[in-house]
Design a protein around this ligand. Sequence first.
Ligand code: KG4
Ligand code: ZN
Length: 336
Amino acid sequence: KEELLTLAIESSCDETSAAVLRGGRTILSNIISTQIPVHQKFGGVVPEIASRKHIVNIMPVIDECLQKAGVKLADIDQVAVTYGPGLVGALLVGVSAAKSLAFSLGVPLIGVNHLEGHIFANFLSTPDLEPPFMALVVSGGHTALVDVRGYNHFHMMGQTRDDAAGEAFDKIARVMGLPYPGGPRIDALAKEGNPLAIDFPQALNEKGNYEFSFSGLKSAVLNYINSEKMKGHELNKPDIAASFQRSVIEVLVAKAFQAVEEAGRDTLVLAGGVAANSGLEARLREEAAKRGVRFLYPSKILCTDNAAMIGCRGYYQSLSGRFSDLYLNAVPGLGL
Ligand code: KG4
Ligand code: ZN
């Protein structure tokens, strides 16, 4: 079983990606073709353009990933693919490609939940990691605390009521005139700013509440920027970035460790694109050390959307016979 070769495909948003894994945790190749430059002039992902680009990219990306892995299509034992959540047209490209390949090769198809994939990126970065552990999932579309009780057993502790953390980063960046995606830009700016310069709200930051809300924070930052402009003040972008980022981070850190404590876990893992945020990682690391909690996060390339994490999740599904049939469809609003 350890030698199973899984071909994985991810196309839920603006990255077309394919990977080959040997067993559950060995990446033979992980090719990511990003569309970021294409969407940048629109300030965000344009779904219709994303779908069209996926169609153009998908076969070359799969070819390149097989070549890099040094395996032939005929050697593939199973095909894993993201079927949700995400943009429906984007998801459909990957799902259709995966179904065609699985059918023509006569191998099993495995539909994978994108959020579970983000969590499973940690198994690739940390080979000895085993459930149970607490996962903080922060991406452009999701913010959630998930108690991972087993490879197929997830308990949602709480999620966002409105905007995702990454979405807030992207929107704030946009009004500050920074290009898409804003997360990395704010992260870099924040390093030069004073996080205590402006007092932005930290919503729902109360004990026992595992829900998040970032739309109030977003409005507060927008109002601040507008009022500064009205007063004719020059915007101190580093201070705004640092203060905004601090508000997001403090809420995430407080809730993550409360969840760790409530569930009685000794390990916290970070997942999703916002896991690449250096401020968040530093604060979680500091707090984990204080509490004697093991803290893990994936390497940067495995934090943002990629097919290797989908292959890892797919492999563990296959071990328990969780396959899909050829009626598999894209489910844009798929929950955990
Ligand atoms: O997981 P991901 O690649 O796509 C989704 O599934 O949503 O996450 C993308 C999100 C974007 O909102 C991006 O701005 C954010 O992750 N992001 C960051 C950083 N790098 C990426 N946010 C904050 N700091 C970063 N360094
Ligand atoms: Zn993602």
